[in-house]
Design a protein around this ligand. Structure first.
Ligand code: ADP
Length: 266
C-alpha cells in the first residue's frame, strides 16, 4: 500500500491474508487427515463384531433339526452380514487409498480371468433379480497389467450396481474388446438410468442420485468412487454414460493393453 506520494505505508494486511490462507489450508489438511483416520477407525470397529457373528451363524447351520423358519432367518442374517462386510470393506479401501496405503499386487492377467471372477462374485445378486445377463468377449487374448482381485472387485461392483438399478427381468450386457493399445470393458444395463446433471457426480464419494426407487436399494454412495480410484491406480479410466432416466446406463473401463511386444520390452 502506497500513499499519494508513492511511499509504502503498509504491507501488514496483505501478509496477514496470505498467512490466514496458509493457516486455513494447513487446518483443512489436518481436518482431512483426522477425518480419514476416524473413517478407518470407525470401519475397523464396525467390522470387528461381524467375524464372530458370521462364525456363529456357521455353527448354527450345523445344528441338526432346524425348522424352516429358523433356516430362512439364518440365511437372511448371513446375507445381511455379507452386505455389511462389503460396505465396511469399501469404506476401509477408500480410506486406505486416500491415505496412500493401498498397494496393488499387479501381474499380467487375461481380462477373461478377471471377468469370470467378477461374474462368480455377482452371481447371487443376479440370480435373485432374474436379470438376463449376456457376455461377449473376443477370441484374442486381452492381457492387462493388473491386480486381478482389485480389478474383479471393480467389475463385480459395476455388475452389482447394474443389477441393483435395473428392474427385475432387465438386461445387462458385459463386453470386452481391444481399442488400439487399450482394453475396453463395458457393462451396460437397460435400467433406471442417470439424469444428465448427475452423470459427472456419480463418482463423488457418498453421492447417490437420490431417486426414490433407487434410495430403496440402500448403499452409501461409496462403490463408484472406490471403483474409479482403483481403476485410476491401474493407470486406466472409468466413465459413465446414460441417455437419462429409464434409458439405462453404461459404465466403461479402459486400461492399457499389455501386448506381447510390451511384455518383451518390459
Ligand atoms: P450406492 O450404489 O451404494 O448408492 P455407488 O457409488 O455404487 O453407491 O453409486 C452411486 C450412485 O450412482 C447410486 O446411488 C446410483 O444412484 C447411481 N448408479 C450407480 N450405478 C448405476 C446404474 N447402473 N444405473 C443407474 N444408476 C446408477
Amino acid at each position: 500500500l502506497r500513499d499519494t506520494a508513492g511511499e509504502v505505508v503498509g504491507v501488514n494486511v496483505v501478509c496477514q491474508e496470505i498467512t490466514d490462507q496458509a493457516n486455513t489450508e494447513v487446518a483443512l489438511r489436518e481436518a482431512d487427515r483426522r477425518k480419514d483416520e476416524f473413517l478407518a477407525m470407525l470401519a475397523h470397529e464396525l467390522r470387528n463384531p461381524l467375524a464372530p457373528m458370521r462364525n456363529g451363524l456357521e455353527i448354527l447351520q450345523r445344528v441338526p433339526g432346524d425348522s424352516p423358519i429358523a433356516a430362512r432367518t439364518r440365511d437372511m442374517m448371513g446375507r445381511q452380514i455379507t452386505h455389511m462386510v462389503r460396505l465396511i470393506d469399501d469404506l476401509l479401501d477408500v480410506s486406505r487409498i486416500r491415505q496412500g496405503k493401498l498397494s496393488l499386487q499387479r501381474r499380467p492377467v487375461p481380462v477373461r480371468e478377471v471377468i469370470d471372477a467378477a461374474l462368480e462374485a455377482s452371481q447371487p445378486l443376479m440370480d435373485g433379480a432374474q436379470h438376463r445377463l449376456t457376455v461377449s468377449l473376443p477370441d484374442e487374448p486381452l492381457v492387462v497389467d493388473a491386480d486381478p482381485t482389485r480389478l474383479a472387485q471393480v467389475l463385480s461392483n459395476l455388475l452389482n450396481n447394474a443389477a441393483k438399478y435395473t428392474p427385475d427381468g432387465g438386461q445387462i450386457h458385459l463386453s470386452a474388446d481391444a481399442q488400439g493399445d487399450e482394453v475396453r470393458v463395458r457393462i451396460a444395463d437397460n435400467g433406471v438410468g442417470i439424469p444428465p446433471g448427475m452423470l459427472p457426480h456419480v463418482f463423488d464419494l457418498f453421492t447417490q442420485v437420490g431417486h426414490h426407487a433407487q434410495r430403496a436399494q440402500g448403499g452409501l454412495g461409496i462403490g463408484l468412487s472406490l471403483a474409479r480410484r482403483l481403476v485410476t491406480l491401474h493407470g486406466g479410466c472409468l466413465r459413465a454414460e446414460s441417455a437419462g432416466p429409464d434409458q439405462g446406463s453404461t459404465f466403461t473401463i479402459t486400461l492399457p493393453r499389455l501386448t506381447d511386444a510390451a511384455r518383451a520390452a518390459g
